[in-house]
Design a binder for this molecule. Sequence first.
Ligand SMILES: Nc1nc2c(ncn2[C@@H]2O[C@H](COP(=O)(O)OP(=O)(O)OP(=O)(O)O)[C@@H](O)[C@H]2O)c(=O)[nH]1
Ligand SMILES: [Mg+2]
Ligand SMILES: [Zn+2]
Length: 302
Amino acid sequence: MKGTVTKSTGSWYDVLVGEKKYECRIRGKIRLEGIKETNPVAVGDFVEVDPETNTITEILPRKNHITRQSVKKTGHSSIVAANIDQAILIATLQQPRTSLGFIDRFLVSAEAFRIPQIIVFNKMDTLDEDNKKEISKLKSAYETIGVTVHLMSALKKLEVEGLKKYLVGKISLLTGHSGVGKSTLLNQLSPGIQQATSEISDFSEKGKHTTTFAEMFSLDAETHVIDTPGIKEWGLVDMEPQEISDYFPEMRELRLHCKFGSKCLHLHEPGCAIRAALANGKILASRFDNYVSMVEGKDNRK
Ligand SMILES: Nc1nc2c(ncn2[C@@H]2O[C@H](COP(=O)(O)OP(=O)(O)OP(=O)(O)O)[C@@H](O)[C@H]2O)c(=O)[nH]1
Ligand SMILES: [Mg+2]
Ligand SMILES: [Zn+2]
């Protein structure tokens, strides 16, 4: 029987077949073409299940998947989800603070896997006027490069309905730091969802890693949202320094005009179209700085 993996703990998996949920294990080793991990079953995977023994016997071909480097520089990567239509970053200006570096790494990762991105700034209710101005500047900056940005408060239920229109008929992945309100949002999306949430720590102003497994929830037959554990960093996987600017939409076309073409890393090379655009204010300084840190990070690893 064919089903969809809705929860993955690493040792057992929930598989939804029609309306019925099976708690399954994997027997032996399953490999998937083009994937390094053995037993790489992820939430969102379509699988073949043996209902007699509750085992997953096969992973069906994927439309896509998204992977991130989980522990820095060990080369260990993990599959976050498979067969998703879009990735939604839940970001907060404070409690906890989501840095622009984190946002840009998320965007680059999703872009590299050709997964459309949405940025949601949550906890708008906690912001003063200056903070709100900062957010609205960020909103226009990211919209200029083609990313959808939505402002809301999950706790106060402000603009949660407005977010729903982006979710309808799609499989969406929620990601972000611990404590930004991913699970709070899910609970607001449907009365049937009761994910645990907890207050962020007073001391560190960081979340407490309340959600520990990725899990997919259905809002209706065609609309699904995946809650995930909070993460510290979106580590880039399998990327050459030369390809990183391809995943910055505002650099992708411009880079063709660099004197050294696709060899240009836009660092110190002469005749660089990207640095010219930066000097003219056509590329945001923070985006360029984050680009440089991604390139340098990749170089160090060699
Ligand atoms: N003021 C305010 N607090 C919020 C909002 N959304 C969530 N919170 C609070 O932030 C805290 C963390 O929320 P969670 O939903 O547990 O965060 P999470 O992203 O699921 O965290 P992990 O599961 O640890 O990754 C809780 O105390 C929520 O009540 C919001 O819009 N405004
Ligand atoms: Mg959570
Ligand atoms: Zn260049």
